[in-house]
Structure formats: structure tokens, C-alpha cells
Design a protein around this ligand. Sequence first.
Ligand code: SAM
Ligand code: SF4
Length: 377
Amino acid sequence: MHEERLSPFAGETMTQLTVGFARPRTAVPDLTAGNRPATPALVDQHGRVAQDLRVSLTDRCNLRCEYCMPADGLDCLPITEALSDAEVVRLVTIAVERLGIREVRFTGGEPLLRRGLEDIVAATTALRTVNGARPVTAMTTNALGLEGRAAGLAAAGLDRINVSLDSLDRQTFATLTHRDRLPDVLAGLAAADAAQLAPVKINAVLMRGVNDAEAPELLAFALGRGYGLRFIEQMPLGPPDAWDRGAMVTAQEILASLSTRFTLTTADPAERGSAPARHWVVEPGPDLPGGTVGVISAVTQPFCAACDRTRLTADGHVRSCLFSRTETDLRSQLRAGAGDDEIAAMWRTAMWGKEAGHDINDPAFMQPRRLMSAIGG
Ligand code: SAM
Ligand code: SF4
């Protein structure tokens, strides 16, 4: 059963949308298959509505984080297979103007490697959602090169930024990422803060025996600078030999480690909404202000039932979930001359088939073919 609050279309309930659906101009997939309500929104069979679009701008990266990429890299998409800037903007426009997307997050690979990033951000912020609002724009980045681009990105209209930082120790950082680039990341963080891409948020993944002892230090660093911090449980989306269910650092262990130095209390769960992180309030200490810390327990406590995401890969394929083993190729349709109605209908069909949840914890779990860097995290 869909609730009224789920509809992103102003003043319309799901029932009203059934009545108000405009017939597409071109031949499109059967949108009534499996009793799909005739709504423009990206609904699925489990009562969810996708309003948050993750766009991978490239599958290339200048780091080699152990949990994400093999040390010797991956075969990158040939340039002709990647979406052009104009194609990215066209698909984002369809998502925002026709499909109810309210937030667009640019990711990768490393999105700062995309030359046209600022133009893509500017084109996105110029769009208006179905409710007439400006879409929220965000980026997840490793921050290499951000020092020189943060001000330009803010000027282009970027609202929020998440910087991945797993260690404050230069040697550990270099071991984990296979690149000695910690000073560049710290400079990028400071530049993002100065450009008021606020609140700057840090994403951290802990690996046992590598950086798992650093959780309290990362939190002290974030609190001291007014940055947000979220720990993400390592998911089986990197090199197959980099993930072991038994060895993974769990949310519970992360909280236990933080509690050795900080006093944490559970934040109001109502504030979580569809956000994947559970938050804890951190009490101020003698030399540090208080704040909050998030933990995304994607493996030990999946949040699939509240997921509101849809993903677009750098080669123009829709994925309804990070763990999907099927994709919908919009790029081929786009290059074959499909109209916006047809593309929108294909996207709706792809999301209608979204799985109820991932099956990481099933013994029969099979890792998807694409790794995290190629999907867009
Ligand atoms: N290169 C950018 C970065 O690192 O922020 C954007 C792409 S990266 C794939 C996006 C996020 O996914 C990062 O925060 C990274 O830590 C996270 N990530 C990558 N592989 C992961 C894995 N196997 N499990 C959990 N998080 C992962
Ligand atoms: Fe690159 Fe981001 Fe993957 Fe690290 S997590 S290898 S920075 S894509």
C-alpha cells in the first residue's frame, strides 16, 4: 500500500496520479505489468519511491582503496561507451523533471576526474523538480584536486560534499589507498569547508588490522573541525578477496571502539528517514565540542526497506540497487534516438523491478559483476 507522503508530485496521492498519467508519445514498455500504478514516479513493488539519484560520472580513479579496487586497477570503459556531458545532463533532466528525483549525487570512480563536472553540476542546479524546487546536488569524492576546485563547484551550485577519508596516518593512508596522498585530501577538505560546501561530511570504511583502531581519532578530527562523520560497513563490492563476512568490522565493533573515548547516545530514529546512517549523539568533552556520528550498517542491519535510491552508471545503465545483477541500458536507447517519454518509461520499469533487498547475508550470495567504483557508490 502506498502512502500519500510517498508521492513526490505536488498535491497528488498515488491514486490521483493513476488518473492523471499522460500517455507517452512513443512505444514504451508495459508500465502496468505486475499491477504497477500508473504514476510518473519511480515506484517499486515493495512500496518504495526513488527520489535520490546517484550518478557515476566515471569509472576511473586515482586511488586504489583496498576495499574498492584491485591494486593494479580495472579495465576502464572505452571513452565512446561513457556518457558524454550532454547525455548525462539529458538523463538527469528526465529524472528530475519527469521521474520525481529531488536529490542528485555525483560519484564514481572519482567524479573530480570528470572535466565537465562543474558544467554538469550547474546544469543540474538549473533544473526544477516536479514540485518546482531546485534539486539538491551533492558529490562523493576522494578530494584529490578538490583544493583547486571547491570554490568553483560551490559557485556552480553544488550543495553538499562527502569526502572519503579512512586514515589520518600518512603511512596507513598510503597502504590502504596505494597512494601517498593524505595531504591532498586534507587540503581538499579544508577547501570544501572554506567554500561553504557545508556541512562537509567524511565517509570512512574500516578494515580489520589496517585502520580499525582509528575510529576514535577520526571522530575527534571531525568533531574538532565541525565536519560530519559516517562509518560505512565494508560491503562485498570490491575485489572478491578483499571481503570476508567473518573478518568485516561491524557497526557494533565501531560503536564499541568509539565508546572507549566518547559518550554516545542514540539519536532520535525518526530523524533518520530514508537516510542509511543511524546516528548517535556525541557528548562534548573537555577539549572537543559534541556532535553526532553516523554508522551505515549495510551488512549487519540492512536498510533496504527504506531505500529511496536509483543509480546511473557512467555508461548510462540504470541500476535499482548496488547489488543488482541486472541493469537497464538507457544509453543504447538514447543513442538510437529514443524520446524522453520512452527513456522515462524504461527507467520506471527498471525501478518497478527493484529487489526487496540485498542478499549479502544469504550463503548463496553472489557478488555483482561490477565493482563499487564502476557502479558509483
Ligand atoms: N571516489 C569517490 C570516493 O571515494 O568518495 C567516490 C566513489 S566511492 C565508490 C564512494 C563511496 O563508496 C566512498 O565513500 C567509499 O568509501 C565507499 N566504498 C567503496 N567501496 C566500498 C565497499 N566495498 N564497502 C563500503 N563502502 C565502499
Ligand atoms: Fe577510488 Fe573512491 Fe574506490 Fe577509493 S573508494 S578506489 S577513491 S572510487
